[in-house]
Write a protein that binds this ligand. Structure first.
Ligand SMILES: *[C@@H]1O[C@H](CO)[C@@H](O)[C@H](O)[C@H]1NC(C)=O
Ligand SMILES: *[C@@H]1O[C@H](CO)[C@@H](O)[C@H](O)[C@H]1NC(C)=O
Ligand SMILES: *[C@@H]1O[C@H](CO)[C@@H](O)[C@H](O)[C@H]1NC(C)=O
Length: 431
């Protein structure tokens, strides 16, 4: 059983043309066609690694986290805690204004990170480069969210994330229905504004669509949402790792041996099989063995090589396996809907055989989509379908001019300030 699934995963990787996808995506750095997989050997390596201890985050404890990073750059920074009604303790970071100046435009913005990421996204590139700093310098009161389960929000009033499976029993449905609304209420309460500005990346957009379609009162609490690399429908996405997971989604117990049952912690053997299949070159190998980059890809031209050592220290920032599986389900179903619990589970929880769709018609907050042609996660076809489904709340969709722009370039790309963040500022100024 286990061997059968593994062979099929290897066959998927080797067989269905990832060479061409990856080559067109990232050029020579990930020259897949030059690599020939040896399925038999790889399977042996993976199975022998299945019993390896979990890759742990414990060696990362001494590095600077968001508050230290921001303070070192001379910006004011605060840490806030929000406890959700189901007990998750979320850590928000705040840069209340720019460096030295007290320039204040009276606007409050929440930036919400994507899958496997954290508030680090918005500051790691440094002042003048990270969107968190850029907006603070413009006079915004900048709040950086952290979803349940990531490094900063890995805490709960009663459950221990290292010991209790139940801690990890959530997907981005719960992030959209619980974390986001509670963070927004907290921010509004602290600042006294009547509505916030919102920019999400990847899962930070998914969670927003869930909140705004399911909890109508939050449409008024957000003045505008700028979606960077928007994700709702996913059946055209090309990420090899997520495709492999989607292919194994129905043999769930076997898959969980490889990627972790509760927290998404792919076994090192599984990751090295992937990186040998899809990456080459020193940088490719380093980045592809990191779950964040293996999932999302990267474009060499936009990657600041001197930032890589720091990036691999901070990412992946921690997610539940269920978050990844929920995306895998979307790839298989082509729908934007709640988590599929199987026939019996669905009937019990949703009262229907299949999970209900998120009703995008209900969204009223003005939305601007910024997307790109070479995004492994947010394929152009899927974003265009989302744009149609959003109806009148969609104000604009902007394709990034660089044809090689990839998913993580929205947060780490060298040209992000010029090609993307400038647009974000212009949009915020209109509201
Ligand atoms: C399998 O693992 C061993 C030891 O970690 C390594 O030397 C070898 O290159 C691996 N083989 C493949 C095909 O990845
Ligand atoms: C988790 O939250 C509790 C209650 O606020 C706090 O005492 C504890 O230090 C936190 N643990 C971690 C690891 O942050
Ligand atoms: C690359 O990262 C380094 C280290 O953070 C930074 O000093 C440098 O300015 C960055 N280069 C570009 C082109 O963004």
């Amino acid at each position: 059983m286990r061997i059968a699934l593994l062979s099929s995963l290897v066959a998927i990787l080797a067989g269905i043309g990832y060479g061409s996808v990856l080559n067109s995506a990232t050029g020579n750095l990930l020259d897949a066609s030059s690599k020939v997989l040896n399925p038999a050997k790889n399977i042996l390596n993976i199975t022998s690694n299945i019993l390896d201890p979990k890759d742990s985050n414990s060696d990362k404890k001494h590095i600077d986290r968001v508050p230290e990073m921001v303070a070192k750059n001379g910006y004011p920074v605060e840490s806030h805690y929000v406890t959700t009604w189901d007990g998750y303790i979320l850590n928000l970071h705040r840069i209340p204004h720019g460096k030295g100046s007290k320039k204040n435009n009276g606007k409050v913005v929440l930036l919400q990170h994507g899958l496997l990421a954290s508030s680090t996204d918005w500051v790691i590139a440094g002042p003048g480069k990270g969107l968190g700093y850029i907006l603070a310098d413009e006079g915004y009161d900048v709040w950086l969210g952290n979803a349940r389960g990531n490094f900063f929000s890995r805490n709960h009033t009663t459950m221990n994330p290292d010991k209790e499976s139940e801690f990890w029993d959530f997907s981005w449905h719960e992030i959209g229905m619980r974390d986001l609304p509670m963070m927004i209420d907290y921010i509004i309460d602290k600042t006294g504004v009547d509505g916030i500005y919102y920019a999400g990346h990847s899962q930070g957009t998914t969670a927003f669509y869930i909140m705004a379609s399911s909890k109508p009162e939050y449409n008024q609490k957000v003045k505008v949402h700028v979606s960077l690399a928007p994700i709702a429908f996913m059946n055209h996405m090309t990420s090899p790792l997520v495709r492999v997971i989607a292919a194994g989604e129905r043999s769930i117990s076997v898959l969980m041996d490889l990627i972790g049952k509760d927290e998404f912690l792919p076994k090192s053997g599984f990751m090295s099989m992937l990186s040998s299949a899809i990456c080459s070159g020193e940088i490719g190998a380093l980045l592809c063995s990191n779950a964040l980059f293996a999932v999302c890809g990267f474009s060499p031209k936009q990657m600041n090589v001197s930032l890589i050592p720091e990036l691999v220290q901070h990412y992946p920032a921690g997610v539940a396996t269920k978050q990844v599986l929920h995306y895998a389900q979307e790839i298989n179903s082509g729908r934007f809907c709640q988590y599929n619990l199987g026939l019996i589970g669905n009937t019990r929880k949703y009262g229907s055989m299949v999970p209900p769709d998120y009703n995008l018609d209900e969204i009223k907050t003005p939305i601007h989509l910024i997307y790109s042609q070479n995004d492994w996660m947010a394929a152009v076809t899927d974003v265009e379908r989302l744009a149609k489904a959003l109806g009148t709340c969609l104000k604009e969709k902007i394709l990034v001019t660089d044809p090689k722009w990839n998913h993580l370039d929205f947060t780490f790309g060298i040209d992000a300030p010029r090609l993307v963040y400038k647009k974000v500022q212009e949009i915020f100024e209109k509201y």
